[in-house]
Design a protein around this ligand. Structure first.
Ligand SMILES: C[S@@+](CC[C@H](N)C(=O)[O-])C[C@H]1O[C@@H](n2cnc3c(N)ncnc32)[C@H](O)[C@@H]1O
Length: 294
């Protein structure tokens, strides 16, 4: 099926329900909340730090925002619209991903929504990024680094392509978080090691420009403070953060509305506490870093 045919096919089937339909693929309330909360908290983080993203209008100069591992582009379209709503109109948006179907869907969405300042590219994130040194103003990388065998390579690429003083918004699991640690007996640790080994041995294989790329499930999970240390050693300062959802899903419990209700009540209570106290409890970190001067 050619790209054009595929795009036509996606639109004919989904039309206006494009994004809604995709979000229904996760039919479990806790998991849907996890993704909803991530997007809401990223938007809050940007709104709170809006001054950092506002750029002077200089001879129609465009600033570059790159969503690394953008998937089907849900976030990049939302963030583009958020910037527009915040009256920041001098950015160009670029989404990079290595999964060919996601790339086709993202391109189809661009055509469907008619947004001129968004582009997409199919890339292998384990290779050098096809971006000039010091060319990017903001990198958004959400739920991607945990899928890489050596996330440091990509984080070093971020340092290369970002301008001095550029910003990185990183979201990734915070694991093992305090809640998980409560159940973190040695047998659980061994089980996790086996699961990771199995994932490394069973990637999804795709082809980009005749080269094979292996896509992995979660294989590099770390705690938020470990990510902070890694980022600091590469040259990033922590600027601000938000708390992601307490847990990803609770499939075993979700048939009981009482338990589900309690889970959401707990999220509300945690939101009343200082974020410095609750960051380590949550299952996801959402952090804004600034690249030091090079
Ligand atoms: C969990 S999804 C996150 C998608 C999106 N950022 C979001 O938050 O909805 C992880 C994405 O990273 C991409 N990815 C993982 N490893 C990659 C690699 N080595 N090269 C290119 N893309 C990769 C996958 O194709 C997938 O779209």
């Amino acid at each position: 099926m050619s790209t054009n045919e595929l795009q036509k096919y996606i639109f004919e089937i989904l039309g206006n329900n494009f994004d809604r339909e995709l979000s229904f693929q996760i039919d479990n309330p806790s998991e849907r909340y996890f993704w909803y909360r991530k997007r809401k908290q990223v938007a809050n983080l940007i709104k709170k730090n809006i001054a950092l993203f506002s750029k002077p209008d200089n001879n129609e100069q465009e600033y570059l925002f790159v969503d690394v591992g953008c998937g089907e582009g849900l976030d990049i379209f939302l963030l583009r619209d958020l910037f527009e709503k915040l009256q920041i109109n001098n950015y160009r948006f670029l989404g990079l991903d290595g999964f060919p179907l996601s790339y086709e869907i993202a391109k189809a969405k661009k055509e469907y929504f008619g947004k001129p300042n968004i582009d997409f590219a199919l890339v292998d994130l384990t290779q050098k990024l096809a971006l000039e040194n010091d060319s990017v103003d903001v990198i958004y990388c959400s739920e991607v680094v945990e899928h890489l065998i050596t996330p440091e390579n990509l984080l070093n690429e971020f340092r290369r392509v970002l301008k001095s003083g550029g910003y990185l918004i990183l979201t990734t699991p915070n694991e093992p978080n305090l809640l998980q640690k409560a159940f973190w007996v040695s047998s659980a640790k061994e089980k996790v090691k086996l699961v990771v080994k199995n994932r490394i041995n069973n990637p999804i294989k795709v082809t980009i420009e005749e080269k094979e790329l292996c896509l992995y499930d979660h294989i590099s999970c770390r705690k938020a403070n470990q990510w902070d240390k890694t980022l600091s050693s590469i040259g990033f300062d922590l600027v601000d953060y938000r708390r992601g959802a307490l847990i990803y899903g609770a499939r075993d419990f979700e048939n009981w509305d009482f338990v589900l209700g309690f889970r959401f009540l707990l999220e509300g209570i945690l939101d009343l506490l200082p974020k410095s106290l609750t960051r380590q409890i949550s299952d996801q970190m959402i952090t804004l870093y600034k690249l030091k001067d090079k």
